[in-house]
Ligand binder design. Sequence first.
Ligand code: NAD
Length: 283
Amino acid sequence: MSNYRFNDLKDKVCVITGGAGVLGKAMCEALAVNGVKLAILDINLESATAVANEISSQYNTVAVGIEANVLEKVSLEAAAAQIKAELGAIDILINGAGGNSPAATSKLEMLDENNLDQLEDSFYGLSMDGFDKVFALNFKGTLLPSMVFTKDMLDKKDGVVINISSMNAYRPLTKIPAYSAAKASINNFTEWLSVHLARTGIRVNAIAPGFFLTNQNRFLLTDEKTGELTDRGHKIIANTPMGKFGKPEDLQGTLLFLLSEASAFITGITIPVDGGFNAYSGV
Ligand code: NAD
């Protein structure tokens, strides 16, 4: 439950992709408290419907779960038509769908003289299929919904887009080159689109979450059997000056600020919400 109130958001219509995910759901809750009408898009209809039902029964607003694939324009256009009919013209787009996959993750962090015989476990053995899927989900999966869901905003001469970046955009983490490259492209695209749309009344900004334990990174940060932190999980905590993972609710204040009139002259920026990770050199 979010405690932050921004009265100017009441009755706005928001589309959130990946809205059934862990961070997406926390963002939906903050919006619902503020009276925003929600179209919760996800590739997983069951989860999207479950989140929408929970939100509409708990808060005094409308929420609908809609199946859509952020990589298929036709599927997004069908969702846009449904949203217009059920909720009205779109004011806000949150590009929340994204994530990494084991198929785009190298086993080795670095190559050195002791493991040069294990090239298959390094950069050289990465599956191009896995790489393409992760890059597309995070980059094209932001680009396409931005094309489809900002059209209403052009008509209204008003609207806000929020993209979701990552710490990988600033300093890539080992093992996950596709995810890192794609998230770096999100910061760049946020700047590019903000300039392209600056005179239309549409603002485009991004949030770069630090480390939050969710489905997309659990396999890297915790041991599947014991649930204990992996070495990588410990390293992340050691490099986060606040000494902990973020809670999904930690994104809510920044999100609401970037959506509201309080940030009316802000466009083209990415705000880290990271417990100090990005500021810390490790020394
Ligand atoms: P999550 O896996 O809980 O949520 C992602 C959601 O996206 C899921 O509900 C999934 O079904 C949906 N999705 C996947 N592919 C899709 C597609 N093709 N079309 C539509 N929906 C699709 O992950 P999360 O941690 O809540 O991540 C949300 C966003 O935050 C992602 O962009 C992620 O990269 C980013 N992020 C997460 C962290 C973290 O620490 N968890 C850190 C930085 C950035």
